[in-house]
Design a protein around this ligand. Structure first.
Ligand SMILES: *Cc1c(COP(=O)(O)O)cnc(C)c1O
Length: 389
């Protein structure tokens, strides 16, 4: 079946078949894992013109291409690039589109290491970085200057889960000629097709749900027709690429991502609803809850959610540590999107606008694929320990 007819099918059908046609490789259901640097040419003339599908493995192999095409089909993008981490998927487009003297509008609730890159490398390169309130919506217009080149979004925000009005922001940014980028890791292209909502460049830490097993680091950057070339130039100039083994594993993860996300989301929502009723829990920061300030935008734009959200519990660092130390099933560790549940005490000291006014301390939970009754019992132990601390 071709890509065009596949685009009309349901999401799980597309996840199962996207990116690769078994008839391209002797009928094998999965693509070959190509280990390569050198590619041979049949003659000097072909070598001189580079007129064959593959020329050198930094520019792609059948394995990396299968993953890129699968992501393009999900995103509706003109092209996708694979990079060695989710953080690089954030920094590459910023490097590709920003020059000294340009102004960047960066959402304040962005991923923590995005703050670090902006405050160090981009400042050193003479880029003017301005953080904005994630709830700004069309009000972004007032912050746009003649030198605003990029408006960067992330929705929901890392750790605090503010929902952004992406179409309203994209409209104002485009009217001023700025490029709109979005770190879309939380929803994945299953639940938010960013390019359909005005985003030019959609970014994913595929380390998270697409990989799904806490064993791969990778990022993807997908762009529309207008912006792909500029992005690809910087990618090629920097010599970025990923290994065939890793690309194969992420494609393998995509095949089951729909099912996994359904369970992550279902577990997470049930646990979030339970948490709203517990003593010592001041707030549950999950956009799928009707009580969340961004719930209307979530319902309007997203078809579902993920399994990571935060809670605000009474107290400070002592209570947070008591909560974490009482957990037995949840691991204490960074990242999310894998099969196992994780918890982390959130620090918001890199924020300039958001996250200042919580009445307690913030803990992020990644809800894994375990049985939710066991997870609830584990969290109950944590809450009891925090109340006793
Ligand atoms: C995890 C994460 C990243 C970085 O991904 P790595 O692969 O860990 O570098 C970027 N953005 C968001 C929103 C993330 O959650």
């Amino acid at each position: 079946m071709d890509k065009q007819s596949r685009s009309k099918l349901g999401i799980n059908t597309r996840l199962a078949h996207g990116g690769y046609d078994p008839t391209d490789y002797h009928g094998f259901v999965n693509p070959p894992v190509v280990h390569a640097s050198t590619v041979l040419f049949p003659d000097a003339q072909t070598m001189a013109t580079g007129n064959q599908p593959y020329t050198y493995a930094t520019h792609g192999t059948p394995t990396t291409d299968a993953l890129c095409r699968a992501i393009d089909e999900l995103e509706g993008s003109a092209g996708t690039l694979l990079v060695p981490s989710g953080l690089l998927a954030v920094t590459l487009p910023l490097l590709a589109f920003l020059s000294p003297g340009d102004h960047l509008l960066m959402v304040d609730s962005c991923y923590g290491n995005t703050h670090y890159f902006c405050n160090t490398t981009l400042k050193r390169l003479g880029v003017e970085v301005e953080y904005y309130d994630p709830l700004i919506g069309a009000g972004i217009e007032k912050l746009i200057k003649p030198n605003t080149k990029v408006v960067f979004t992330e929705s929901p925000g890392s750790n605090t889960f503010e929902m952004q009005d992406i179409p309203a922001i994209a409209e104002k940014a485009h009217a001023a000629g700025a490029v709109v980028m979005m770190d879309n890791t939380w929803a994945t292209p299953i639940h938010f097709k960013a390019l359909d909502y005005g985003v030019d460049i959609s970014i994913h830490a595929v380390t998270k749900y697409p990989s799904g097993h806490a064993d791969i680091l990778m990022g993807t950057v997908s762009a529309n027709e207008k912006h792909f070339k500029t992005l690809e130039q910087t990618y090629t100039a920097l010599g970025l690429c990923v290994s065939g083994d890793d690309a194969y594993q992420v494609l393998r993860g995509l095949r089951t991502m729909g099912l996994r996300m359904e369970r992550h989301a279902e577990n997470a929502l049930a646990i979030a609803e339970w948490l709203e009723k517990q003593d010592g829990v001041l707030e549950v920061l999950h956009p799928a809850l009707p009580s969340h300030a961004g719930h209307e935008i979530y319902k309007r734009d997203f078809t579902g959610g993920g399994g990571v959200f935060s809670i605000v519990i009474e107290g400070g660092k002592a209570q947070a540590h008591a909560f974490l130390d009482a957990l037995e099933i949840f691991g204490l560790g960074y990242s999310w999107g894998g099969f196992a549940s994780l918890a982390v005490h959130v620090r918001l000291n890199d924020r300039q606008i958001t996250g200042k006014n919580y009445a307690g301390t913030v803990i992020r939970l990644q809800i894994g694929l375990e049985d939710k009754e066991d997870l609830i019992a584990d969290i109950a132990k944590g809450l009891a320990a925090a109340r006793a601390a």
